[in-house]
Design a protein around this ligand. Structure first.
Ligand SMILES: Cc1cc2nc3c(=O)[nH]c(=O)nc-3n(C[C@H](O)[C@H](O)[C@H](O)COP(=O)(O)OP(=O)(O)OC[C@H]3O[C@@H](n4cnc5c(N)ncnc54)[C@H](O)[C@@H]3O)c2cc1C
Length: 325
């Protein structure tokens, strides 16, 4: 997979929780083709010389642009360091990857449903459709917690005004929103919100991107509204296995571990059982003999096992007898 060299052109490095970063190609040979919705792996070296490698980020710019734009939620070490990098820092770009793409020939009517930073691949598709003056009907339903962390608000506002085939509604779940046509007051994306934002579900493809729980809820809404599953396309931004999967693995491990322990216990029990059977089959035979030194009558007990290895004990009990235990 080819690697391309880019330089940081601009970055809103206030390092709050949302970062928009623009990269420009180091040379014209570093410009590469990609499809709207695809992602790349970013790597860089920080100011102290520490290497940060291969974190995935969807491209939020149009494939028609030379520069690459990314909308990034600042979470951990990689994104915190990325947001502090000065202008001109070299960034390695590996890719493009992914099949979550907006194909203009395939999807004449697309509804993009984004949770938080999951809006990035859709911004690329909407910018692309607008730049190419495509007639595809596009709707963006974008859910976010707060106003400040709503990435690409200005771009969306501008795209709505220049592209007559694009409409957008933003639902802010954690704050009161100002009067603004783009913001939906006291909304969250549910079935009512979806049906009131589009004319009908017929002939539409739905694209979901955001946290796993958000996508599951949206998929459920769409299926309940009667959307065919093969018209629902999804991309997860989770780079760690979701906990349900982790729990599944744990369950599998527990079941296997428990089965192995049960098997071992059963084996011990069964082999112990054989020993019991051996004991049951043991036969003790008492012989009376005269000790020639003491002239006393002694009883010798011979224990016969199924392997016919007799073991002997002696006692001075005078009664001759034979018994089977
Ligand atoms: C295909 C794809 C496209 C993506 N596109 C974007 C994008 O456009 N914008 C964007 O902001 N992010 C995107 N991501 C997610 C992004 O890659 C991670 O959020 C980022 O790499 C985390 O780096 P970090 O340094 O902030 O966190 P780390 O220091 O790597 O991790 C910090 C903590 O957060 C947890 N964590 C990190 N990332 C995630 C995650 N995604 N989900 C759940 N827990 C996580 C880690 O387990 C760890 O506990 C995308 C992911 C994928 C798979």
């Amino acid at each position: 997979m080819p690697k391309y060299k880019y330089l940081i052109e601009t970055s809103n490095n206030s390092c709050g929780d949302a970062l928009i970063i623009t990269l420009k190609p180091k040379t014209p040979q570093d410009i590469f083709n990609f499809k709207p919705g695809q992602y790349v792996m970013l790597s860089f070296t920080d100011v102290l010389g520490k290497l940060f490698i291969n974190h995935p980020f969807s491209i939020a710019s149009s494939p028609t642009d030379d520069n690459l734009v990314f909308g990034i939620r600042v979470i951990g070490k990689f994104t915190q360091t990325l947001c502090k990098l000065p202008q001109g820092t070299k960034i390695d770009v590996l890719g493009p990857f992914g099949t979550f793409v907006f194909d203009e020939a395939k999807y004449s009517e697309a509804v993009f449903i984004a949770g938080g930073v999951g809006v990035t691949p859709f911004i690329s598709a909407i910018k692309y459709a607008t730049k190419k003056s495509l007639t595809n009907k596009l709707t963006l339903l974008y859910s976010n917690r707060g106003l400040n962390s709503t990435l690409f608000y200005d771009d969306i506002k501008q795209l709505v005004t220049v592209n007559p085939n694009f409409s957008a509604q933003i639902a802010i779940t954690g704050e009161v929103v100002p009067d603004d046509a783009l913001y939906c007051k006291n909304c969250r994306i549910d079935k009512d919100f979806i049906t009131s934002s589009i004319d009908s579900i017929i002939n539409k493809d739905f694209f979901l991107c955001g946290p796993n729980a958000f996508m599951k809820a949206m998929e459920k809404n769409l299926i309940e509204l009667g959307v065919n599953k093969n018209r629902i396309h999804q991309e997860s931004f989770s780079v760690v296995p979701d906990t349900s999967l982790k729990n599944n693995y744990l369950n599998i491990l527990l079941v296997y571990g428990f089965s192995i322990i049960l098997f071992i216990v059963a084996l011990i029990f069964v082999s112990g059982g054989f020993k019991e059977e051996e004991n049951e089959e043991k036969t003790e035979i008492d012989y009376q003999i005269v000790n020639t030194n003491t002239q006393k009558v002694e009883t010798v007990t011979a224990t016969i096992t199924p392997t016919y290895t007799p073991t002997y004990t002696t006692s001075t009990i005078p009664a001759p007898r034979t018994r089977t235990s």
